[in-house]
Write a protein that binds this ligand. Structure first.
Ligand code: BTN
Length: 282
């Protein structure tokens, strides 16, 4: 299946929704997020999208790189302007819901069986069992317990209502991926046409962002929790700035803060500069 981003195919797959986006498909750039932040500063419209076949300096959370050879990942960013004066709290989790829905739509998410197996791996016992990609706080997309995609939301300095939403989805694992990262990474394969995948993501983002603009993350929280890979599981939170913190993951609140139960008390964790891992029971 083609790995080539193509405007005609993308517009065809988007249908009516194509009118809501202004898409720039590039063979190469440093980072689609960086490029779109620069364009946002000079007034680019809400709905502007930059997708690149190759990023030479793709960025991830916590100062990490997003590594991918040409065509190995779908990498793109979407600029969204919320109402001036608002701050999009919980946006990156809302975006996770859109990504999971899109993967389900194109048949690329987990099957009900593998989702349940993910849950078992994570010792999650929610009882509800919708399927789809699993989500890990704050914004990883998992497939069969491994990382399939990442989300990097950046707000325009001085204008926090302007968001650049960057998404990377692995289609193949790049040869250059370090061994430790490879062991925890997943890829979709290339049986899903890249333009169909991008169209599904953009159209689910449109739905989610419109809902988020009206009601915030609260309206999407149930959807997020239904796909939460670590619900009620023992976890450890890792930070560059403090010792590991163990607890039981109790989901997220209406602002997207992680709820960690430690010694019978619930702590709200808001910082995105933290990674979450499954842990042995405490
Ligand atoms: C993470 O998992 O740490 C987030 C990864 C986000 C990667 C995407 S790829 C498109 C966009 N441009 C970037 O430089 N990063 C995001």
């Amino acid at each position: 299946m083609t790995s080539t981003l193509d405007a005609t195919r993308l517009v065809a797959a988007l249908g009516q929704a194509s009118r809501r986006f202004d898409v720039d498909l590039l063979p190469q750039c440093d980072s689609t997020n960086s490029m779109l932040l620069s364009r946002a500063e000079v007034g680019a419209a809400s709905g502007t999208v930059v997708a690149a076949t190759l990023q030479t300096a793709g960025r991830g959370r916590r100062g990490r790189e997003w590594i991918a050879a040409p065509g190995d990942s779908l990498t793109f960013s979407l600029l969204w302007r919320f109402a001036p004066g608002s701050v999009p709290i919980g946006l990156s989790l809302a975006v996770g819901v859109a990504v999971a829905r899109a993967l389900e739509k194109v048949g690329a998410g987990d099957t009900p069986q593998s989702f349940e197996s993910d849950r078992r791996k994570c010792r999650a016992v929610s009882g509800k069992s919708p399927w789809g990609a699993a989500l890990k706080w704050p914004n990883d997309v998992l497939y069969q317990g491994k990382k399939l995609g990442g989300i990097l939301v950046e707000l325009l300095p001085g204008a926090p209502h302007v968001a650049v939403i960057g998404i990377g989805i692995n289609r193949r694992l790049p040869a250059a991926l370090p061994h430790d990262v490879r062991a925890t990474a997943a890829a979709l394969g290339d049986h899903i046409e890249i333009n169909v995948l991008l169209a599904a993501l953009l159209s689910e983002l449109l739905t989610v962002l419109e809902s988020f603009a009206i009601a915030g993350f609260a309206a999407l929280r149930a959807d997020w929790l239904a796909r939460h890979a670590f619900q009620d599981a023992p976890v450890v939170l890792l930070s560059d700035f403090s010792p590991p913190r163990h607890g039981i993951c109790r989901g997220v609140d209406k602002d997207g803060a992680l709820l960690l139960e430690v010694d019978g008390h619930i702590e709200r964790i808001l910082s995105g500069e933290i990674s979450l891992r499954a842990a042995a029971p405490v």
